[in-house]
Design a protein around this ligand. Structure first.
Ligand code: S3P
Length: 173
């Protein structure tokens, strides 16, 4: 295994699961959004507000490449929109192993109800926005991933165990 990448919608638990997984596997962990914020010295919301989504997407690809090129093995949690670009999906296919963390609209609404840090969810009808985005993105996430894991109602440990116990993962680690 070189890189294990977690993808999925906002609120799926990519960062939390990623951290726990990296600890278990004793490899490095990177959160791509946090990495972008650190490199750019501004928040994701500021990047969206100042430069627009397209600029953010370019930065996302640039820093994805930077992290994938690193020598060390590691777990990487990607932003929810990263697999939308074909270029990024191709990079993921080459990188190692991609896991899709599936989440329902209801869980996203509940988990992010106090959250103001996701610019794409700052809309009047959040429920409709999430539903529409999930409908468009779900097939893209499926296509990008080696395996998919349902996260609703499950603990971090259960999700980590499922990823570690996956036979495909075992063969490629
Ligand atoms: C986005 C998801 C966010 C962040 C940005 C855009 C998206 O990351 O990259 O707000 O398009 O789904 P998380 O999935 O970590 O919230």
């Amino acid at each position: 295994m070189k890189k294990l990448v977690l993808i999925g919608y906002m609120g799926a638990g990519k960062s939390t699961v990623g951290q726990a997984l990296a600890k278990r596997m004793q490899v490095l962990f990177w959160d791509l959004d946090a990495y972008i914020e650190e490199k750019q010295k501004r928040s994701i919301s500021e990047i969206f507000a100042q430069d627009g989504e397209e600029s953010f997407r370019q930065l996302e690809t640039k820093y994805l490449k930077e992290l994938l090129e690193r020598e060390e093995d590691g777990v990487l949690s990607a932003g929810g929109g990263l697999p939308l670009r074909k270029e990024n999906r191709e990079l993921l296919k080459k990188a190692g192993y991609t896991v899709y963390l599936l989440v329902s609209k209801e869980t996203v609404l509940e988990r992010l109800k106090e959250d103001g840090s996701r610019p794409l969810l700052q809309v009047a009808d959040r429920e409709a926005r999430i539903e529409e985005m999930l409908r468009i993105r779900h097939p893209i996430y499926l296509e990008a991933a080696n395996i998919s894991i349902v996260t609703d109602g499950r603990t971090i440990e259960e999700i980590v165990e499922e990823i570690l116990g996956n036979s495909y993962f075992g063969k490629n680690s």
